[in-house]
Design a protein around this ligand. Structure first.
Ligand SMILES: Nc1ncnc2c1ncn2[C@@H]1O[C@H](COP(=O)(O)OP(=O)(O)OP(=O)(O)O)[C@@H](O)[C@H]1O
Ligand SMILES: [Mg+2]
Length: 456
């Protein structure tokens, strides 16, 4: 904004036409440069819509509209925010609501990347707002700090809900918030909980997403202490923490003192009905029809992951539109898997790609793909019995350790009660499973049950 006001407030005066030129993006690229120079604008690829989400008038065919709608029908790189696009998860939501409302517990929601934690939190927040909770959603970054975060949270809670202030008091008329009661300087857990303990006439839900990214031990410990304080004093504030973890201990390793006051809830993989619902919601929103075979292939490759399902549906939908079809066929779903492998590969470190290539050269591609699939289904945990199912009775544990020792791809999960392992890098299991899906599932005569037989 600064440069913008500077532009118009400076001494130089601009004519109306000059002003228009300054603020307006040119409507079209300059037509033709007859000989050499810039390429002709009509040969360049174009955006299909405008930044205000409108389709160009000349591009309004049914297929173009479907392509356009695919953007919001499936959003693999963003969480779902609307109830209309939110599939399944009824049990998780019921448990969340019960724990918050009836048991007044704080909740730790954990699970693998892309399993749907943030989407769930958005819907939970909407439902809580409907029930007139004050909801504050915050995403923790690496450098998150207690003082900064809680000043912002308390700023969103009107002083009206402080038991010591009359609704007609001057401070409330002035629109003050609980943050106005805070002293300057760093905040302590006691300061924050003393103020929150004075809440009346409302309930507050504080959602802390991406908790695993908070590197500061002091921050994690302060949150634990706050949860303990709020629980001991029956304060009308509940905290929901969410983060990537293979087990609950991993997420709260430094804060075991709060275990009695929290519900640890793992977000499970989606079942086939839920994946079906995800596809149906998207299908309705984009206007394309997903043929049965395409749906079956997508569901098999997604293997319970809403992220993979969403990515494949979007890619498959685009592939159908590209070939001028208004229904998504098996071939589009197969193409979507190939494309997903390429896309996901870019997100894996070159170190891991190097060792994966070596392990594949040594003949472990199929076993690694199946292990990756098993890990994706259990929040990133590789349990000894699952490894045995893939590799044969008694062979799983040795193979998983060997993969760790020789290629550095796996490691034991600290303090895991069942002695589980995990892949060392987040994106690796999705990548290895998609590689196997590409090899096996996209073959014309694929048989999903054959894949399951490989694992038994
Ligand atoms: N219930 C759902 N219905 C439809 N799509 C979903 C649902 N849950 C997740 N998705 C889709 O799956 C993808 C991942 O979801 P989300 O971002 O919520 O996961 P996450 O667990 O928060 O991931 P991360 O660990 O990376 O933060 C998104 O594309 C989202 O659109
Ligand atoms: Mg998330």
């Amino acid at each position: 904004m600064a440069w913008f006001s500077g532009l118009f407030s400076g001494k130089k005066r601009y004519s109306q036409r000059q002003m228009k030129e300054l603020v307006e993006v040119p409507r079209a690229l300059p037509k033709s440069t007859a000989r050499g120079g810039e390429p002709r604008s009509d040969t360049l690829p174009r955006f299909h819509g405008t930044a205000s989400d409108q389709l160009h008038r000349s591009r309004g065919s049914a297929l173009e509209r479907a392509r356009f709608r695919l953007r919001s029908a499936f959003t693999p790189s963003q969480p779902v925010r609307s109830a209309r696009m939110f599939a399944g998860r009824m049990e998780v939501l019921k448990t969340l609501i019960r724990s918050i409302e009836d048991q007044q517990l704080h909740v730790i929601l954990y699970g693998d990347r892309g399993i749907g934690k943030t989407s769930l939190l958005h819907i939970l927040a909407q439902l809580a707002r409907e029930a007139r909770y004050i909801v504050r959603y915050g995403s923790c970054g690496e450098g998150v700090e207690f003082t900064e975060m809680f000043r912002a949270i308390l700023k969103d809670i009107p002083l009206l809900y402080h038991i010591d202030y009359e609704p007609t008091s001057v401070e409330i008329e002035e629109g003050k918030s609980l943050a106005d009661l805070l002293p300057d300087g760093p905040l302590t857990v006691t300061m924050v909980s003393d103020i929150l303990a004075k809440l009346a006439g409302t309930r507050v839900l504080i959602v802390l997403d991406e908790f695993d990214r908070a590197e500061s031990q002091a921050f994690r410990r302060a949150i634990a202490e706050l949860i303990k304080n709020l629980s001991d004093r029956s304060v009308r504030v509940q905290i929901v923490i969410a983060g990537v973890a293979a087990n609950l201990t991993e997420l709260i390793e430094h804060i075991p003192s709060i275990r009695r006051n929290i519900l640890g809830l793992q977000v499970p993989s989606m079942n086939s009905t839920e994946i079906d619902e995800l596809i149906s919601n998207g299908q309705e929103a984009c206007g394309l029809t997903f043929e049965q075979e395409a749906k079956a292939l997508i569901a098999a490759a997604a293997y319970g992951s809403p992220y993979i399902a969403s990515l494949l549906c979007q890619n498959a939908g685009l592939a159908a539109v590209e070939r001028g079809a208004n229904s998504v066929a098996r071939q589009d779903a197969a193409q979507a898997i190939h494309q997903a492998v390429d896309e996901i590969e870019h997100r894996v470190s070159s170190r891991s790609l190097h060792y994966i290539a070596r392990a594949y050269e040594d003949g472990h591609a199929s076993n690694l793909g199946m292990l990756a699939r098993a890990a994706l289904h259990s929040s990133g945990r590789l349990l000894p019995h699952q490894s045995d199912m893939v590799l044969g009775e008694g062979k799983g544990a040795d193979f998983v350790s060997m993969i760790g020792d020789k290629y550095g791809l796996t490691r034991p999960i600290a303090d895991d009660p069942e002695g589980a392992f995990q892949f060392c890098e987040e994106g690796v299991p999705v990548y290895m499973w998609m590689r196997l899906a590409q090899d096996k599932l996209t073959a014309e005569d694929y048989d999903i049950s054959a894949l399951d037989r490989m694992a038994s």
